[in-house]
Design a protein around this ligand. Structure first.
Ligand SMILES: NC(=O)c1ccc[n+]([C@@H]2O[C@H](COP(=O)([O-])OP(=O)(O)OC[C@H]3O[C@@H](n4cnc5c(N)ncnc54)[C@H](O)[C@@H]3O)[C@@H](O)[C@H]2O)c1
Length: 263
């Protein structure tokens, strides 16, 4: 049984899913570093957690910068004494058809969503190795499992995160560190509001077996499990939290003459 207070870094935690993850971990008694390139947002989120009696600090970081990522880990250890959990959540999106995919957007998305996850994982694991324990949870996406229109850069970055997670699991597992991913379905955050058209929303509502978007707290609950001691033998997995979207194939309405769903 762990005696010390566990500590976590959550990247991209000033808003959206990352903020919900930070709040969920804090409510579980974990000291949380809110790491985000939005420094004012990170400071506000950390202050709100502290006002509720939780241990939290804010760290300004661009996850594409190796020096800033190293400083993020050092600042967290300075604040909390150790680092037990990394949640690599910072991400950016954008929608372009394959034939029109701009190279600068491709490079920007890969830099944040993939290289950022690699850099944060590397820096955190180098600290976790010293205590022979740690949990890394990378936020992927169902767009990294099923291709979607306009998701050339974003979907490819998330598919790579799923494989990078396996790579981390293989190499860090012997060192006492687990690495897993959570692949959310659509969640109504600023990101979704920027890239989901009314048609996208209607398509998701039809295609997701639960016929709705996920909530940030539903993603956070899965992250908390993978970050917990209860998940001690889960390593290299990607947990879809998507209302069944990735699991679904044809449904009754696709098949002429098929029986109606029971119930
Ligand atoms: N919202 C969805 O529908 C959805 C679905 C699947 C996966 N995801 C993934 O969940 C994660 C969070 O998404 P969200 O919807 O909360 O997005 P969001 O845009 O609401 O929040 C993202 C946060 O990341 C921060 N950020 C972006 N680039 C950064 C960088 N280079 N360095 C540090 N911080 C940076 C932003 O400042 C922001 O606070 C992302 O990885 C996203 O790809 C989101």
């Amino acid at each position: 049984m762990t005696q010390h207070v566990r500590s976590a870094i959550v990247t991209g935690a000033a808003a959206g899913i990352g903020l919900a993850i930070a709040q969920r971990l804090a409510r579980a008694g974990i000291a949380v570093a809110i790491a985000d390139r939005d420094r004012a947002g990170a400071a506000a989120a950390a202050a709100a957690l502290a006002a509720d009696g939780h241990r939290a600090c804010a760290i300004g970081v661009d996850v594409t910068s190796p020096a800033e990522v190293e400083a993020m880990v050092a600042q967290t250890i300075a604040a909390f004494g150790r680092l037990d959990i990394l949640v690599s959540n910072a991400g950016i999106a954008g929608v372009h058809g394959f034939l029109d995919q701009p190279l600068d957007h491709w490079n920007a998305v890969l830099a944040v969503n993939l290289t950022g996850v690699m850099l944060c994982g590397q820096a955190a694991a180098r600290a976790m190795v010293r205590q022979s324990s740690g949990r890394i949870v990378n936020i992927a996406s169902i767009s990294g499992i099923r291709a979607g229109i306009g998701r050339t850069a974003y979907g490819t970055s998330k598919a790579a995160v799923i494989h990078l997670t396996r790579q981390m699991a293989l190499e860090l597992g012997p060192l006492g560190i687990t690495a897993n991913a959570v692949a959310p379905g659509p969640v109504d955050t600023a990101m979704a509001q920027a890239v989901h058209t009314a048609e996208t929303r209607a398509a998701y509502a039809r295609l997701i077996p639960m016929h709705r978007y996920g909530r940030p707290d539903e993603i956070a609950a899965a992250v908390l499990f993978l970050a917990s001691e209860e998940a001690s033998y889960v390593n290299g997995q990607t947990l879809c939290v998507d209302g069944g979207f990735a699991a679904a194939g044809i449904v009754a309405s696709d098949v002429a003459g098929s029986p109606p769903p029971a119930g």
